[in-house]
Design a binder for this molecule. Structure first.
Ligand SMILES: NS(=O)(=O)c1c(F)c(F)c(S(=O)(=O)CCO)c(N[C@H]2CCCc3ccccc32)c1F
Ligand SMILES: [Zn+2]
Length: 263
């Protein structure tokens, strides 16, 4: 599909011209408004299978001009959801160096420093993510709020390589690690709703699970994301910093947000 950006003439208000679903219903992200939350006792703790990758495993860290992505082997998967969902990649959304707020989902209007997404596809029903992408039961994304605060050694497993992927199209190999360490302690406390990809093509195909509790990274780690990366290619004359790569919150369209926690 066509090129798209987060601001300017190809920014989010124009996405629906080339990507019709972006102007449709059940879009993400959303604001978690306390009065619209409903406790659901049937929401099970999320179970991570094979998340502890061997250091012999090689993962690809890449800059695709929209975010920084880490490829994940499909052997990694989730249970505790309506289907088995296999991992595909994780990526981030962040703000800028002088405005360290860039999460996509918000809680009662509060935006966090950044947000990590682990994209999975319904491997019980579809052979790969490409076939699952536009199916209503195709994807499950885990969202993790990130706060700027204490240093987080788990994030340095890959953040220390971002200088090798400063420009769009660049990739480096990083050693496998325990991806569980990137997630908050409580996998039983989360927001759950039906939504979409937050970037074009915006397919309404995502079962969202956003964990209640944020993780923290240091300001220096945050700046590795928010000041080291460019959306432009290396050889382009005018380098374009990759900043503010988050979509604004979308209409609820009569959706209810379920929560697995009570107080
Ligand atoms: N917030 S979000 O909705 O989770 C989300 C992003 F924000 C995001 F930027 C990406 S992207 O970097 O791939 C650039 C956009 O195509 C994705 N990719 C997904 C969907 C698109 C195709 C694809 C193919 C293989 C693996 C993952 C994906 C994404 F799902
Ligand atoms: Zn995302």
């Amino acid at each position: 599909g066509g090129k798209w950006t987060y601001d300017g003439p190809d920014g989010e208000h124009h996405w629906s011209r080339n990507f019709p679903y972006c102007g449709g219903a059940f879009q993400s992200p959303i604001n978690f408004q306390p009065e619209l939350l409903r406790f659901d006792p049937n929401l099970l703790p999320i179970q991570l299978q094979d998340y502890n990758l061997s250091t012999k495993e090689q993962l690809t860290l890449s800059n695709n001009g929209h975010s920084v992505l880490l490829s994940l082997p499909s052997r990694m998967h989730l249970t505790g959801l309506p289907h088995r969902y296999s991992a595909a990649q994780l990526h981030f959304h962040w703000g800028s160096s002088n405005t360290p707020v860039g999460s996509e989902h918000t809680v009662d209007g509060k935006q966090f420093g950044a947000e990590m997404h682990l994209v999975h596809f319904n491997s019980a029903k579809y052979p790969n993510i490409s076939t699952a992408l536009d199916k209503s039961d195709g994807l499950a994304v885990l969202g993790v709020f990130i706060e700027v605060g204490e240093y987080n050694p788990a994030f340095d497993r890959f953040l220390k390589y971002v200088n090798g992927i400063k420009y769009n199209g660049q990739k480096v190999q990083v050693a496998g690690f325990n991806v569980r360490e990137l997630l908050p302690a409580r996998l039983d406390e989360y927001y759950r709703y039906d939504g979409s990809l937050t970037t074009p093509p915006c397919f309404p195909s995502v079962l969202w699970t956003v964990f209640r509790n944020p993780v923290s990274i240091s300001l220096r780690q945050y700046l590795a994301l928010a000041s080291a990366l460019f959306s432009s290619h290396a050889q382009e004359a005018a380098p374009m910093p990759l900043l503010g790569n988050y979509r604004k919150t979308q209409l609820m369209d009569n959706r209810v947000v379920l929560v697995s926690f009570q107080q």
